[in-house]
Design a binder for this molecule. Structure first.
Ligand SMILES: [Cu+2]
Length: 362
């Protein structure tokens, strides 16, 4: 019954609308036409033209006002060597694009005002101008080519091979956190294999490779100041992105496609705490790809230490090898490497070697 009433109501409303439409049409037909062509000009013609200019002025003032007052919010202090290069490129590009932006906006809104309807104005037929076409094709092409080529040159320097003796750390993004792995005493990261990933072996350490037996995995990224740091980056499930604005660093973490990024931190965490007057300051490692429902929580901490502090931190950490913390995984180590693995990882054998291997669940 209710449905029927709704259908009838809809039909009635449609009928009313159609009738109103027909009536207005008929009124238009019988209404005497004014000869004056101004009759078709909307009454707010000039007001709209003025609004266009106002919008231009308020918009441009707002743009510069915001850029100036919020400068420190979007332009954090640079704390890496290459940061100064990318910063220079950024501001050159910004200067050119802002100039072009302002000029085009002046034309866009200024012309809307200048050429608003006036009775005495007549449209000028002007279909083509080869010189103009050449100018606005060639000039932007040269400027853009120069921007891109000079940018690419710097970019290939920044993303080129890391210098010899860089500090190597592996960073893996996963839903929804970061994991870090250091090479340990031997200075080499062991192989990983995604098939080895489980609830505990979250980075998929392949224990058949002896280089991984002394790898350790702290909960935060700790790096030395003034030394090149090479991040070997990968993703475990979807694409994440390793991002820190202070270092002017960003590199995608892609499953199945290892990427890397090297840089030289120039200001330690302690120095930044002094500089900012914030005793809780930390460099943050945030994910810069919308990677799922808890993307917002993907925050890690990067601690930059002075070289000597870093060395003692490393020495302390390298005793906590991953294998030592998870001795059950000794069962995955091939027989002939077992003894070396026990030494490299620093596992303390309480009983004999056999029983520790048998006690494993894997
Ligand atoms: Cu992410």
């Amino acid at each position: 019954m209710l449905n029927l009433i709704i259908v009838v109501a809809v039909i009635l409303v449609l009928a009313v609308l159609i009738t109103v439409f027909r009536v207005t049409n008929l009124v238009d037909v019988v209404k005497p036409k004014k000869e004056d062509s101004d009759a078709n000009v909307p009454s707010g013609n000039t007001a709209q033209g003025v609004l266009m200019v106002l919008f231009l002025i308020v918009g441009v003032i707002g743009f510069f006002y915001y850029s100036k007052t919020e400068f420190d919010t979007y332009n954090l202090p640079i704390t890496s060597e290459h940061g100064h290069i990318t910063e220079r490129l950024f501001w050159i590009t910004m200067a050119i694009t802002v100039f072009v932006f302002i000029v085009t906006q002046i034309f866009l809104f200024g012309f809307s005002f200048k050429y608003r309807y006036k009775k005495e104005n007549k449209a000028h037929y002007y279909p083509h101008n080869n010189t103009l076409e050449m100018i606005w094709t060639i000039v932007p092409a040269i400027v853009l080519a120069w921007l891109i080529i000079s940018g690419l040159k710097e970019w290939s320097k920044i993303t080129g091979p890391a210098p010899e003796g860089s500090e190597v750390v592996e960073v893996m993004g996963y839903q929804f956190a970061w994991a870090f792995r250091y090479p340990g005493k031997d200075g080499n990261l062991g192989d990983v294999d995604f098939r080895k990933i489980d609830a505990i072996n979250q980075m998929g350490l392949d224990l058949t490779d002896r280089r991984g037996h002394d790898d350790f995995m702290p909960t935060q990224l700790v790096i030395p100041k003034g030394k090149p740091v090479l991040l070997k980056i990968r993703g475990r499930d979807v694409i994440h992105s390793v991002y820190n604005p202070h270092f002017r660093m960003q590199m995608n973490a892609v499953p199945g496609l290892p990427t890397q990024f090297w840089f030289v931190p120039t200001v330690s965490t302690a120095e930044m705490r002094d500089k900012t007057g914030n005793p809780d300051f930390n460099y943050e490692l945030v994910c810069n790809k919308i990677c799922g429902k808890s993307h917002f929580g993907m925050k890690g901490i990067i601690t930059v230490l002075e070289q000597d502090e870093y060395d003692s931190w490393y020495k302390e950490q390298q005793e906590n090898t991953w294998l030592k913390q998870n001795p059950d995984y000794l069962a995955q180590v091939p027989k002939d490497l077992k003894e070396a693995a026990i030494i490299a990882s620093g596992i303390e054998i309480i009983e004999d070697e056999n029983s520790s291997a048998q006690g494993s669940s894997k």
